[in-house]
Design a protein around this ligand. Structure first.
Ligand code: G3P
Ligand code: MG
Length: 361
């Protein structure tokens, strides 16, 4: 009744001037707003409240923060707007690899491997960020099918490839943008790159090798390895959580350690890393100022709504935000208390939003 009253009252009695809401939201996507490509029913009701049907009568700022990825921010926002029924602007959106825009200059003209997604969709994202020499593991297989004898390129895969001589193309870094589709192929190629300092199939770099011989690499000594999403599990449409990019990282590192005796050093972005939350704080700050600018006397109290204790709750708590764990995704309350304690638990995102707003008013 209260919410229906508020909606009806403010629609006929809009505030004389914009009331600056004292709070803002960061929403996880998979398991909170979406299951697969379908909106969770509570999501549309939650966004309606933030778009105006609330005690302030004003828009309550929110952004989306996901460990998902694989397409451009523009394409994903267009699709999210269509599914959720509200315009999601790129300035409200942070996905796993968005943060790579801040480090692209270091590799803009150097050959890099980009992993994840179907065919060359991630190459196109990387090129949109400014990576001018982004190559896929399918390019490597097209260059030399003997690299991995257990996969024949499909026609659509072959059409997505570029002609590259990787014996003359030292890889400077490997970026795992999104979830790899062929873990075996990608693990094999990463092992080749990092054992030989960047030249696939080249002499092994210093350090123990399978053959035991220590040879100087002709490529870079230590190409950088960057992962964009640490999720071991995530909630898709299947009843049980699915393996995420964190599973791929663990598999690669286990194989690499079995071959060389140690894991390969890597950089990790994505929730719950501090880098991703600090990057997101700036996005949220800009969004709040875009809506309320000078009116805002003080920064809003931020509420993160997520379904994964390890990424959403841990990251929000460390960022100094309030965190709400919902029961529509990875976390199952039947399994006992969550690994990271949220400020509050709620059955779904609508309940979470109402709790947070009523807490602030
Ligand atoms: O690949 C996406 C998955 O890892 C989790 O996505 O939206 O729950 O952070 P999200
Ligand atoms: Mg999630």
């Amino acid at each position: 009744p209260y919410w229906h009253y508020a909606r009806r009252y403010y629609q006929s009695n809009p505030p004389s001037k914009a009331v600056v809401p004292p709070l803002a939201f960061a929403f996880d996507i998979d398991g909170v707003l979406l299951r697969g490509s379908q909106a969770i029913p509570a999501a549309k009701r939650a966004l309606a409240i933030l778009e105006g049907a609330n005690p302030t009568g004003s828009k309550i700022p929110y952004i989306l923060l996901t460990n998902g990825g694989g397409t451009s921010e523009e394409a994903r926002c267009k699709k999210l707007s269509s599914i959720l029924g509200y315009k999601i602007d790129e300035r409200q959106f942070v996905q796993s690899h968005t943060i790579l825009k801040t480090i692209v200059d270091k590799y803009a003209t150097r050959p890099v491997l980009v992993l994840g997604g179907r065919n060359d969709e991630v190459r196109r994202v990387a090129e949109g960020y400014g990576f001018e020499r982004a190559y896929t593991t399918l390019d490597v297989l097209a260059w030399n099918p003997a690299v991995w004898p257990f996969h024949d390129l499909t026609e659509s895969e072959r059409q997505s490839t570029k002609v590259v001589d990787f014996s003359q193309t030292p890889i400077a870094a490997a970026f795992v943008f999104h979830d790899p589709r062929n873990w075996a192929l990608d693990i094999q190629i990463l092992c080749d790159v990092f054992q030989s300092g960047g030249i696939i199939g080249g002499p092994y770099a210093s350090g123990r090798t399978v053959g035991g011989s220590k040879e100087q690499a002709i490529g870079q000594q230590h190409p950088e390895l960057v992962f964009c999403n640490p999720d071991l599990l995530w909630k898709a449409t299947f009843e049980r959580p699915r393996l995420g990019q964190g599973g791929f990282r663990i598999a690669f590192q286990a194989v690499y350690k079995a071959i060389t005796g140690s894991e390969y050093p890597y950089v990790q972005f994505g929730k719950p890393t501090e880098a991703t939350y600090e990057f997101t704080k700036n996005i949220l700050h800009d969004r709040f100022n875009e809506l309320y600018g000078q009116l805002a006397g003080r920064p809003p109290h931020v509420y993160m709504v997520g379904d994964n204790p390890e990424s959403d709750i841990a990251g929000a708590n460390a960022a100094g935000w309030s965190s709400v764990l919902v029961h529509t995704g990875v976390y199952d309350p039947e399994q006992g208390p969550p690994a990271h304690t949220p400020t509050h638990q709620a059955r779904d995102v609508e309940t979470a939003v109402k709790w947070a707003i009523e807490r602030e008013f």
